[in-house]
Ligand binder design. Structure first.
Ligand code: GDP
Ligand code: MG
Length: 264
């Protein structure tokens, strides 16, 4: 289609931002902050909630999985517990995901960012079919980036940090999309330690090896894997509660959007 833009570095809009992370890492609070920031700065956001089990959504969603799939009914109907109920709800919703992308396409000319909240079940994106269907439906149509939200105060132990990074690594491996880490809750704990560990492989390895509960050879190998992984991602410190770092968050999303345009 003809373009009025003269710049070739412009990223096609909207950029899809899929927010993934452990339960309690602050995805929904961050979404609320991102939506508020869009309102304040004149960026045009479109909001999708993919968490079928959330009871209280602090932001208004344009598309909400809960309007289509009743998670409690899914649990009863399929005889599932909460975790299986969430996974099955996502699988049911994924079958209609082309309709979701269609709705976003209609609104695309007037939208800058599509913000997507997800449940804390990371395995949806590393293991279940619905995660792959959802990310591929977005990524085949728009520049798409994944934000992995880290609970910074809960990741200060090197082994916990390592295991959290291995989850994030699995998401990068599975989705093959530009990935940014959002170190959240910096109002409680600053994320400098994490940046230091990611920038200096030996500092991270020393820290991990101080933890005697880990096999030294295994941890050395994992540190090497993660060192390679860190080369492929962006990171930003944020506080969903205070709003610190949110400007930088959107700049990083834009860089990831460019990366998508160059590589995908
Ligand atoms: P989700 O399960 O990943 O969606 O996490 P929520 O957004 O529901 O947040 C989980 C808890 O972390 C809530 O009690 C939030 O108030 C808290 N939380 C989220 N972001 C921040 C933050 O930036 N700073 C602090 N101190 N708490 C936060
Ligand atoms: Mg949530």
């Amino acid at each position: 289609s003809p373009s009025t833009s003269s710049s070739t570095t412009d990223v096609k809009k909207p950029i899809i931002v899929i927010v993934i992370g452990m339960a309690g890492s602050g995805k929904t609070t961050l979404m609320h902050r991102l939506v508020a920031h869009c309102h304040e700065t004149g960026k045009r956001g479109y909001v999708v909630n993919l968490d079928p089990a959330v009871t209280n959504l602090p932001y208004g969603a344009n598309i909400d999985i809960r309007d289509t799939v009743k998670y409690k009914n899914v649990m009863k109907e399929y005889g599932l517990g909460p975790n299986g109920g969430i996974l099955t709800s996502l699988n049911l919703f994924a079958t209609k995901f082309d309709e979701v992308v269609g709705l976003v396409e209609k609104r695309a000319p007037e939208v800058d960012y599509v913000l997507v909240d997800t449940p804390g079940q990371i395995e949806i994106f590393t293991w279940s079919a619905s995660g792959a269907i959802i990310t591929e439906a977005f990524a085949s149509t728009f520049p798409t980036v994944v934000t992995y939200v880290v609970d910074t105060p809960r990741s200060t132990s090197p082994v916990t940090f390592m295991s959290n990074m291995l989850y994030a690594c699995g998401i990068l491996y599975k989705t093959r999309l530009p990935l940014m880490l959002a170190f959240n809750k910096t109002d409680v704990t600053q994320h400098e330690f994490a940046v230091e560990w990611m920038e200096d492989f030996e500092k991270f390895q020393d820290a991990v090896e101080c933890d005697k509960s880990y096999n030294a050879n295994l941890s050395r190998s994992l540190c090497l894997v993660l060192d390679e992984f860190y080369q492929n991602l962006h990171n930003v410190g944020v506080s969903a509660v205070t709003g610190a770092g949110i400007e930088n968050f959107f700049q990083t999303v834009d860089s990831c959007g460019k990366e998508y345009m160059e590589n995908y």
